[in-house]
Design a binder for this molecule. Sequence first.
Ligand SMILES: NC(=O)c1ccc[n+]([C@@H]2O[C@H](COP(=O)([O-])OP(=O)(O)OC[C@H]3O[C@@H](n4cnc5c(N)ncnc54)[C@H](OP(=O)(O)O)[C@@H]3O)[C@@H](O)[C@H]2O)c1
Length: 290
Amino acid sequence: MAASFSPSSRGSDPSSAPPPGARRRLALITGASSGIGEAFARAYAARGCDLALVARREDRLAAIARELAEAHGVVAQPIVADLSIDEAHLPIVAALRAWGRAPDILINNAGFGVPRRFGDAPWSRQRAFLMTLAVAPCALAHAFLPAMKAARWGRVINVASIAGFAPGVAGNTLYPGVKGLMIRFSQALDSEYRGFGVKVTALCPGTTTSAFADEAGYAHLAPRPGFFSRPQTADHVAEAAINGNESGRVIVVPGWRNALAVAALRVLPEDLTRRVIDRFGARYLLGEER
Ligand SMILES: NC(=O)c1ccc[n+]([C@@H]2O[C@H](COP(=O)([O-])OP(=O)(O)OC[C@H]3O[C@@H](n4cnc5c(N)ncnc54)[C@H](OP(=O)(O)O)[C@@H]3O)[C@@H](O)[C@H]2O)c1
């Protein structure tokens, strides 16, 4: 699916001039049709930012864009794109160029899980995972960081996970490695661009209420909420990320339970954490539920 963008037919009119003297920031959010990405869209609209909302489901994007444009008086534009395809970022860049805008804020959020033994999911699915969660975020950052640097103002939030601090275990084979990449990538970008007014953050949520587990087909396997495992809302996670990013934090782990889990993963020996997670946590192997 190539990106499609039609300024005049969906959302509000992006050509409408911003109020005199007040150029609104533009936030580009991937995976904005659901969950954490939709929460980012709501949070930035409430802060008076224009929005470029990227995902595959056009109807959902259009409804969210319309609602937020009306509620907050911002311009909200859906950009329909499949981030799993080759050079997925190029049509998005072209759509923004046609609009005459460059994002001041980039939220790399789109994602999904592959809860299978590695070889049991088709390679096309594993490849789509790498393209969507690793290649596309890097490509979008590569496309938009030079303009942020030139403007000496920019914000990038890469949605990683507390799993990015965890060892690999059965199921979701590539997930910890790719989320770890997003954390290291964010740290490196922070070092390179901090001096140019660009703030970069890796958001590392734990379990968050969204469509993620349903989409991956393992909602029925999720542990029951308990004292140490309580899902956070997507709104809470997005707010924590934006506030942390604004205050210059490179890694944001929302919630004390998640912070505790990350602290443990950082200090305990990896062979121990791996055995514990493998024993109690590696339930996401569809068809082979333990
Ligand atoms: N929920 C959690 O517990 C949790 C915890 C830690 C980290 N995360 C991370 O948070 C991010 C958002 O997940 P979520 O929990 O909000 O899940 P979600 O509700 O399922 O949302 C996923 C979003 O990604 C989009 N997406 C998926 N594949 C895409 C593709 N090929 N091209 C374009 N967009 C695509 C979906 O839109 P379309 O289907 O319309 O394309 C949707 O908007 C992910 O990176 C995930 O790894 C989630």
